[in-house]
Design a protein around this ligand. Structure first.
Ligand code: FUL
Length: 496
């Protein structure tokens, strides 16, 4: 016979053991959710854009399409050097302007004379797309292509035949150069041009002319793992500006059919839509120099390390990816100033994220799903992507307290949602315990794949993250805390 006073502890212990071990079903996905190719893309985080073409030799940003292919003559083209610079910077891929608006092709396309095959470079036997895709493969970087829908050289532009021409080129790029991780469809299209000598203005209907649904099918068929970028996705969207800056609120959702390449509301692109029906996360594109193409006159205007850190925090740190353009010069190499700046930038990132003060530290929570171990707050600091903290269905708030064990200086807070189940958090705040009272150090709206908040250095041994509101039960899989050198956050011109 068990004495009454022992009964309660026994029952409580058994219940505790039961709730820790019991299988509690995970939350249902909250639509829309990312496709596997979009999830893989999200992990790219930081990758290079390369604008290189006839414009590099004519000192232009937009060629008219009447330039002679003989102008393309890099003296020392070295794609391995580009890739080495990008790899050392921590970039995970490269997207090349295989054809920009002037129609000049960096590969010997069968369908036009306006290409490298009629240039003096390598006696017309060269192929930049081949050299770069091979260099990427050798170095373990992913490779992507930009094929401008607008073609100011082609006599066919504006007619239905051009669509066949465009698709043939797309097929060449997606068949002959190995795996492609991203296909970039630019929004600038239709206007004045050479057009095979016509020298006139040609207008097209941006929504219907390219028959996008069928053009996109070619990509799906030939490179099913590739994401397609444009103002309207369908997989990745433009962030709405060319400064690389995502909205402070940045949902990964929009209604993609409201837009077409070249037709979009930049405010919606910048912020996304909380109730958007399609998962189309933002890519933040920006050039390391004022222009997209190399211009000698801009050698002194390569962005500073602190400007790049600022963009990093406002792109990757706001649920976007960071696509940084680094244009090769006329020799066909990345200019030493840009290469040097990227090295310094890498060093800065390594110093900023040198020691994660939250790694392995204890986290407590006021609530977690079914009080099951599976969803316990310790999942936030275990360094594993697949484990997460989440609440019971219908519970849209939660308070998480991170114990740093001793007093530390901190100024950077990183938090991630487990996006395979959708983007949920609408509002949150971060507080630090100082002399026995909680002080708010940062607050935000959306989190998404990754949110990074910088705040004035504060000395504390406990941080508290409060999820104030969410679309459904919040699901977080990672929290990191740093004390980054303050000098990287000082900007001479915060507007750059
Ligand atoms: C724009 C183009 O018009 C620019 O030349 C550049 O390629 C940029 C990335 O996209 O729409």
């Amino acid at each position: 016979m068990i004495r009454k006073k022992f009964l309660l502890p026994v029952v409580l212990t058994l219940f505790g053991l039961y709730s820790c071990s019991r299988e509690v079903p995970p939350p249902e996905p909250l639509a829309p959710v990312p496709a596997p190719r979009q999830l893989a893309w999200q992990h790219m985080e930081f990758y290079a854009f390369v604008h290189f073409s006839i414009n590099t030799f004519t000192d232009k940003e937009w060629g008219y399409g009447d330039e002679s292919p003989s102008l393309f003559n890099p003296t020392d083209l070295d794609c391995r050097q580009w890739v080495q610079v990008f790899k050392e910077a921590g970039m995970k891929g490269v997207i090349l302007t295989a054809k920009h608006h002037d129609g000049f092709c960096l590969w010997p396309s069968k369908y036009t004379e306006h290409s490298v095959k009629n240039s003096p470079w390598k006696d017309g036997k060269g192929d930049v797309v081949k050299e770069l895709s091979e260099a990427c493969r050798e170095a373990g970087l992913k490779f992507g292509v930009y094929l401008s829908p607008w073609d100011r050289n082609s006599a066919l532009y504006g007619t239905p035949e051009y669509i066949t021409y465009y698709r043939n080129q797309l097929r060449e790029l997606l068949t002959n150069y190995g795996p492609v991780f991203e296909v970039w469809f630019d929004g600038a299209n239709g206007g004045t041009g050479y057009y095979g000598g016509a020298r006139e203005e040609r207008k097209i209907d941006r929504r219907t002319y390219y028959d996008w649904p069928n053009t996109r099918k070619i990509v799906r068929e030939l490179q099913p793992d590739a994401v397609m970028f444009s103002d309207a996705g369908p997989d990745v969207r433009w962030v709405g500006n060319e400064r690389g800056i995502a909205g402070e609120t940045n949902w990964s959702m929009i209604n993609k059919d409201d837009f077409a390449p070249g037709i979009a509301d930049t405010k919606i692109l910048n912020h996304g839509l909380e109730d958007g029906k399609d998962w189309v996360p933002a890519e933040c594109d920006v050039s390391i120099r004022p222009g997209w193409f190399y211009h000698k006159s801009q050698d002194d205007q390569v962005k500073s390390v602190n400007q790049l850190v600022d963009i990093y925090l406002k792109s990757q740190g706001r649920n976007g990816s960071f696509l940084l353009n680094v244009p090769p010069d006329r020799t066909g190499r990345i200019h030493e100033k840009d290469a040097e700046r990227l090295k310094e930038f890498r060093k800065a990132l390594d110093e900023i994220f040198a020691v994660n003060l939250a790694a392995g530290k204890n986290v407590s929570a006021d609530t977690w799903r079914g009080k099951s171990d599976q969803y316990a707050p310790k999942n936030l600091t275990d360094g594993k992507e697949e484990t997460y903290w989440c609440t019971d269905d219908g519970v849209k708030q939660g308070v998480l307290t991170l114990d740093l064990e001793k007093r530390r200086d901190v100024n950077l807070f990183l938090v991630q949602e487990y996006i395979p189940l959708g983007q949920r958090v609408k509002s949150f705040k971060v507080e630090a315990l100082v002399d026995g009272s909680w002080q708010e150090v940062a607050r935000g709206t959306t989190i998404g794949y990754k949110r990074i908040l910088h705040f004035p250095t504060i000395r504390t041994d406990k941080l508290r993250l409060t999820i104030e509101d969410a679309r459904a039960c919040p699901i977080l899989n990672n929290v990191e805390v740093y004390h980054a050198p303050e000098r990287y956050f000082v900007l001479d011109n915060p507007k750059h």
